[in-house]
Design a protein around this ligand. Sequence first.
Ligand SMILES: Cc1cc2nc3c(=O)[nH]c(=O)nc-3n(C[C@H](O)[C@H](O)[C@H](O)COP(=O)(O)O)c2cc1C
Length: 191
Amino acid sequence: MDILEAIAARRSVRKFKHDPIPEEGIQTILKAATQAPSGKNQQPWRFIVVQSDKRAEMVKVMRKGMEKIKAQGKDIGSSEGTVRAMEEAPVTIFVFNPHGTAPWLAHSIDQMFNDVVNLQSIGAAIQNMALAAQGLGIGSLWICDVFSAYEELREWLDEEGQMVAAMSFGYADESPEPRPRRPVSEVARWV
Ligand SMILES: Cc1cc2nc3c(=O)[nH]c(=O)nc-3n(C[C@H](O)[C@H](O)[C@H](O)COP(=O)(O)O)c2cc1C
C-alpha cells in the first residue's frame, strides 16, 4: 500500500472482530515502531504486548482505575467506550518511556526537555505502528484513556518509567467515516 493511501485510509477503530492477529503481524507492527526516528537515536520506547487470556485481566485493572476516579467524583471522559474497545481487540500494546516519570511529579528543566523530545519520538513510533497495521489490513486505536488507570496498569504491567499510551489492534468490524479535519489553509501559514 502506498504510504499516502495508508495515511488517508487509517481510522481509529473501536469495534473489532474476534479473529486473532497472527504473531508475524504483531512482529511487523513492532518492527515498524522501532524504525521510527528518535531524538539522538535514543529509542526511548518499551512495548508490552497484552493478548489472549491477559486481556481480561487488563480490562479488570483498567476498570478498577476508572472506579477509583469515579469515587473521587471526577469524570472518566471517554474511558468507558475505550475500555470496551480494548476488551474486544485481540491485542493491546502499551508504550512506555523508560526515561520518563509520572507527568504530575515535579520535573527539573532537563527532565522536561528530555520528556518533550522522548514523547515526540514515541509519538512517531506509535504512528508507525498504526500505519504498519493499516498496511496489513489491521485496524488500530491509539489510547490515552489508559491514564484513567495509570498507577493500576503500571503496577499490573510491572514496568518502570512513564506509561505514555496504549494501542489496540484487531481486524475492524466497522468502517468509520473520516473524522473532520481543519483545512491546511487554517492550520498552516507561509512566511
Ligand atoms: C494521543 C491520542 C490519544 C487518543 N486516545 C484515545 C482514547 O483514549 N480513546 C479513543 O477512543 N480514542 C482515542 N484517540 C483517537 C482519537 O479520538 C482519533 O484519532 C480522532 O478522533 C481522529 O479520528 P481518526 O483517528 O479516525 O482519524 C486518541 C488519539 C490520539 C492521537
